[in-house]
Design a protein around this ligand. Structure first.
Ligand SMILES: [Zn+2]
Length: 207
């Protein structure tokens, strides 16, 4: 039997009933997961109240149980996936990252939030992109990456649009016809025109 040695740290909590501080203990627990060939045990974090003589499973159990499952299947765990993602130039956002790898938009987020474990194929791709060759010659030549570049262009364009929080006077003067919206989107070139217009400059606030 394999044992995952890591003992996950647990945020201190109060007992729901008596409000005294709960004590953390770890119980070696065998993973119950369908389809696992090798038995794996891990340290389940428990929160104990000595006054009420009760124990709760700590919420951090989700993470460590997931890690043990990944260990049992021989695939990357949540922390390892996140580390790889953040080491890649286009990995700052897990949705973009998923789409570039052509995994489906929420897939990596599910891996990182302990909701599912990577398939062998996904695992191999995630391991592969750590190497420059595979990343540059395969992934960055694929449709997912091309789509990502297109979206980046669009994002750049829309970041040229500035939101103007409007004071009442500003709004009434410039846009008497707009009474409901709190924000108007104005193109940058218009913003320049406003600044050099007869309106006082402090009334044009660029966020
Ligand atoms: Zn208690």
């Amino acid at each position: 039997m394999k044992i995952l040695e890591r003992k996950i740290s647990v945020k201190s909590k109060q007992c729901y009933d008596c409000k005294s501080t709960l004590k953390v203990t770890y119980e070696l627990t065998e993973l119950e997961q369908y389809g696992i060939k090798n038995n794996v045990s891990y340290y389940a974090p428990l929160l104990n109240c000595t006054k009420c003589n009760t124990a709760y499973l700590a919420p951090e159990n989700d993470e460590i149980q997931h890690e043990a499952t990944c260990y049992a299947f021989g695939v990357l765990n949540a922390r390892e996936i996140k580390d790889i993602r953040l080491s890649i130039p286009w990995g700052s956002n897990n949705r973009d990252f998923s789409l570039i790898l052509e995994f489906g938009s929420a897939t990596v987020s599910r891996y990182e939030s302990f909701k599912s474990i990577p398939s062998k194929t996904h695992n191999n791709i995630l391991l592969g992109i750590k190497g420059d060759e595979f990343r540059k010659n395969v992934i960055e030549k694929g449709d997912g990456y091309k789509e990502y570049l297109k979206r980046q262009k669009k994002r750049q364009y829309s970041s040229n649009i500035v939101n103007f929080p409007k004071t009442q006077s500003f709004r009434k003067k410039l846009f008497p016809e707009l009474s409901k919206n709190n924000l108007i989107e104005i193109n940058l070139s218009n913003a320049e025109a406003f600044k050099s217009s007869t309106f006082e400059s402090e009334k044009v606030m660029v966020q």
